[in-house]
Design a protein around this ligand. Structure first.
Ligand code: 6AU
Length: 254
């Protein structure tokens, strides 16, 4: 089957966030998501500003920010509007429907009010999607299911991955894709986000495993998630630009 363009895939999608994302990828010529895993507002905003021109998505984890406040959200939203990228809050929801509903909507992070994309573990069963969807659907948000993980000796089997895909198929208005190590579904509506990407393919000491950007794209990634390969570089802006170019070229040559 010939590869569909982002525009064609956007037309197939039932979710406004997925459609916007395909549009941003096409317009900015990028399939890079940067994971900014830091602990202060200053670091997060400085890194976000540096990588902004190169990304389609910024992945945050605001509950690790020691001085988190409302102002951080306002500034992230301003940056995302100025540089045309989406905000993905990686809270990795993994509890019963009613619990994740509150985690998504309430508390000091009130994620549903500002994050375009969220993620959840399908281990819970469809209730996790249903709970989040009650809040997110009317706001036009998108959900990614963790269908695979990058960590050494993780417990996810191929059957589990296939079930995760089946669960997403039942909710294509809200579930826009997967966190996975490559392609897990041939449905062109789904967007595959692949973490564990590093140019040097180094490992860390806590079980993280890496593939190169080219390998990730070859495996079927639509978007690569890069953290420390960029954020720990001496020049994050230049590093983001490099990853953007490598991944974009790889995506357009396969
Ligand atoms: O490039 P790194 O290793 O510095 O960062 C990888 C980022 C981190 C992880 O939380 C995330 O990708 N990640 C995820 C998720 C949920 O995105 C799943 C996974 O299996 N492996 C992984 O590294 O922010």
């Amino acid at each position: 089957m010939p590869k569909l363009s982002y525009k064609q895939r956007a037309e197939l999608s039932k979710n406004p966030t997925a459609r916007r994302l395909f549009g941003i990828m096409e317009e900015k010529e990028t399939n890079l998501c940067v994971a900014v895993d830091v602990t202060t507002k200053k670091e997060l905003l400085e890194l976000a500003e540096a990588v902004a021109p190169s990304i389609c998505v910024l992945k945050t984890r605001t509950d690790t920010i020691n001085d988190f406040d409302e102002d951080l959200i306002i500034r992230l939203q301003r940056l995302s509007e100025k540089h045309n990228f989406l905000l993905f809050e990686d809270h990795t929801f993994a509890d019963i429907g009613i619990a994740v509903r509150h985690q998504y909507q309430d508390g000091i992070y009130h994620i549903a009010d500002w994050a375009d994309i969220i993620n959840a573990h399908p281990i819970v069963g469809p209730g996790v999607i249903e709970g989040l969807k009650e809040i997110g659907l009317r706001k036009g948000r998108g959900l990614l299911l963790l269908a695979q993980m990058t960590t050494k000796d993780n417990l996810i089997s191929s059957e589990y991955t296939a079930e995760a895909v089946r669960m997403a198929e039942g909710h294509t208005d809200f579930a826009i894709g997967f966190i996975s190590n490559g392609n897990v579904s041939n449905n062109p509506q789904f967007i595959h986000f692949t973490p564990g990407v590093h140019i040097n393919r180094e490992a860390d000491r806590l079980g993280q495993q890496y593939q190169s950007p080219e390998e990730a794209i070859k495996q079927g990634a639509d978007i690569i998630i890069v953290g420390r390969g960029i954020t720990k570089s001496h020049d994050p802006q230049a590093a983001a630009n490099r990853y953007q170019e490598i991944a974009w070229e790889a995506a357009n040559n396969f």
